[in-house]
Ligand binder design. Sequence first.
Ligand code: FAD
Ligand code: UQ1
Length: 417
Amino acid sequence: MSSKMFRVVVAGGGSAGLTMANRLSRILGASNVALIEPKDEHYYQPLWTLVGGGLKRMEQSEKPMKDFVSKNVHWEKEFVEAFDPDNNKVVLRNGISLNYEYLIIALGITPDYQRVPGLLEGLENAPNVCTNYDAKYVTKTFPAIQNTSKGTALFTHPDTPIKCAGAPQKILYLAEDAIRKRGVRSEVEVAFTHPGGVIFGVQKYAEQLEKVVNKRGIKTYFHHALKELDYASNTAIFHNLKDPENPVKVSIAYEMIHVSPPFKTPEPIATNPNLAAGTGYLDVNTKTLQHNKYSNIFGIGDNINIPSTKTAAGAAAQSGIVEKNLKEVMAKREPVVFYDGYTSCPLVTGGNKGILAEFDINGQPLQTLPSIFGQHKEKKLWYFMKARMMPHLYWYGMIKGPWKGPAVVRKMLRLGF
Ligand code: FAD
Ligand code: UQ1
């Protein structure tokens, strides 16, 4: 089978990979950068929360790849079959190999439906089982909410890392809002399950979210992890993990269920012990984003082994780190810039309000705006930013432009500009 050679190969053309391929092609010029991405369309996934909440249409989250891949990028519309880092080679599913000097791995993460028996079957067959976490099922969510006028509307958070760890509860709040507006709130119990002991990992925002949950009469089940779905009898089976040594089986009957599924890394990473850490995630240095074993490989986006919440906002911040450090490595120098784990999660709490969470790798708030703006308070402004401003920043600032996250804005504001 044939092989092709590129200065840089980018594996995966989602938020992180497409951003990097476009940006590097501007620096390195035509024919030096290859992008491997099998899909024809690119989704702005953060909008799926609003699609599920009935506030946006699915088409608004989708644009054709061909309009967003720079003409200087060589696009291979194929799957990565395997990485061969010892030979600087990526093997594609069609048998073609791409050789590289430098490789950027950005395959994202994918739902691990097998971990919850019955879930995929429920998503395929039952109108009252839905998830915002899969392009195939997002449009099931709002009809499922609108069809619920009694019983329990159940929303789950998984026991693995997940994209945008706030999204499992954003849809909870939007659903509660929609059910209330339909005048049937007193007939429906709205409930949220979480495998941990707190609603959100950053205390500053958790305090506000607890108030939202209490004010709106939402029932919470902490230490609960979804283990099985019996969609035929509308029953979700959980393990209560309060004593992790002795999990207790708990069944909850639902009228509708929105599942945020467990996630895993794609096979070419998970099954490659040279590339993956013990967790199955790409083994990069959490500060430089360079691979811990192969100095000519960098990782970016959801697939990397960092404890920070996985978001497009995080990938934007990482893009600046990878770009700079890759340039240094190309010039035979050491990486010089370090990722602080910046991530952001606009926590929509209703059809016109939200909290703008921004934090670092230690779960400490790292806010762009001075505290007088009250990013941790429920405001219309944060909803407006999420629904109206961020999509433009994403498509034209990040994917097609130079946006590397708000660190520069934050520093300028701190200096008093
Ligand atoms: P992705 O964008 O998922 O891209 C991975 C790409 O790799 C895909 O295009 C895929 O086709 C490709 N790929 C996979 N396997 C292979 C293979 N074998 N060969 C070749 N290509 C492959 N982020 C925020 O910043 N704010 C939010 O409010 C927010 N809300 C969210 C709400 C929901 C419901 C969801 C689902 C996500 C949300 N996110 C949010 C998270 C954000 O979308 C992701 O963090 C971001 O897309 C990660 O980018 P990525 O490039 O790492 O992965
Ligand atoms: C961000 O940089 C970004 O990437 C384009 C998002 O898109 C998903 C965001 O939602 C957010 C909040 C940021 C951070 C930017 C600002 C101005 C706070």
